[in-house]
Design a protein around this ligand. Structure first.
Ligand code: SF4
Ligand code: SF4
Length: 334
């Protein structure tokens, strides 16, 4: 598919009522926004500061409203096409798909979302690092969940994409597009073979998993305790962070109110607080240790693959200059 056909495809998706969202350059920054034509897309390989996660789990949402016996959960989701999802972010979506597997709000959104990946390997200001022992290009596609993938057409002109599908939905959409637009249907289907298992993780990451437990008393966390200001920015930009809080908001009218879900951060002091005031994570050292422990020990144990995709966004935004690859290095060598 060349760029002209991609433009036609985007227009066709819009005619089919899809909101098309992708990386676009504004004032030198790559932002993920709604676009109207393919020329707005930035496929330079620069990683957007934010991932696509808010399109699958919004930063704030009303889960349901109630009024006496009348209970309304809003599961409507509009059709959206997320285009230009990098391999980093496809790996993060893989984790989200597992974490929110039984979440009806997430599933409603996912069912109405067309995920279109792209094979540019973004380097985020040299802050990205290798977590999985791969591959990064088409040879990892069988381990990712996507609908359509814009691969690099090595043997063709560089302005063309080699198209892959990863789902029935992707196949159906491309077949319909071909029928209605005259595009010569040309794609390869990749059957999902499940996530790369923990054995596929970089051996260096496995070392971190072994060394993390019992390391709380080391200088690493005490030093970070002095630097981290608990702003939570790293968790907001991280494509794999998924913690949220639930708030019940009763109205003054009797038997009426709503429940809301909002992104939360384990760096916030109240995050681990329970009724009576006890906090399971008592200080900054414990909170930052918990963040690393969750990504590099608990998530691999629970889901059998790493909880960090190595994008480097957290290092980019940290006002205290904490770089995750440096922290990981010190854990490895402790
Ligand atoms: S922890 Fe940092 S490097 Fe890892 S996925 Fe999150 S933002 Fe990216
Ligand atoms: S961005 Fe940096 S300072 Fe802010 S919570 Fe994360 S590690 Fe701490």
């Amino acid at each position: 598919m060349d760029k002209k056909q991609l433009q036609k495809f985007i227009q066709w998706l819009q005619e089919k009522n899809y909101i098309v969202i992708g990386p676009t350059k504004e004032d030198g920054q790559i932002l993920i926004k709604t676009i109207s034509e393919s020329s707005q897309l930035d496929f330079s390989g620069q990683l957007p500061l934010y991932s696509f996660k808010k399109y699958l789990v919004p930063s704030r949402e009303i889960l349901f409203k109630y009024k006496k016996d009348d209970f309304k959960a809003d599961l409507t989701a509009f059709k959206q096409a997320l285009i230009g999802v990098s391999i980093f972010d496809l790996k993060a979506i893989l984790l989200y798909n597992q974490v929110f597997e039984k979440d009806p709000y997430y599933q409603a959104r996912l069912n109405n979302t067309l995920i279109i990946g792209q094979s540019q390997i973004p380097q985020f200001q040299n802050l990205s690092f290798k977590v999985w022992e791969d591959k990064y290009e088409e040879d990892i596609l069988e381990h990712l969940q996507f609908d359509i993938f814009l691969g690099q057409a090595k043997e063709k002109k560089s302005s063309e994409f080699k198209i892959f599908t990863g789902s029935k939905k992707g196949q159906q959409i491309l077949n319909d597009f071909a029928k209605q637009s005259g595009w010569k249907s040309d794609f390869e289907h990749v059957e999902y073979a499940g996530p790369i298992k923990e054995e596929g993780a970089n051996p260096e990451m496995m070392k971190i998993k072994e060394k993390m437990p019992g390391s709380l008393e080391t200088d690493i966390w005490q030093n970070l305790d002095q630097r981290c200001i608990e702003c939570g920015k790293c968790t907001i930009v991280c494509p794999t962070c998924f913690c949220f809080s639930l708030t019940d908001q009763p109205c003054l009218n009797k038997d009426e109110g709503m429940r809301k879900r909002c992104w939360d951060s384990c760096f916030y002091s109240e995050f681990s607080e329970i009724t009576g005031g006890h906090k399971f994570l008592k200080n900054t050292a414990e909170r930052i240790y918990n963040w690393y422990y969750h990504k590099f020990v608990r998530i691999p144990d629970e889901y059998n693959f790493p909880g960090c995709v190595g994008c480097g966004r957290c290092s980019m935004v940290c006002p205290a200059g904490i770089k995750i690859h440096e922290v990981l290095e010190s854990i490895k060598t402790k």
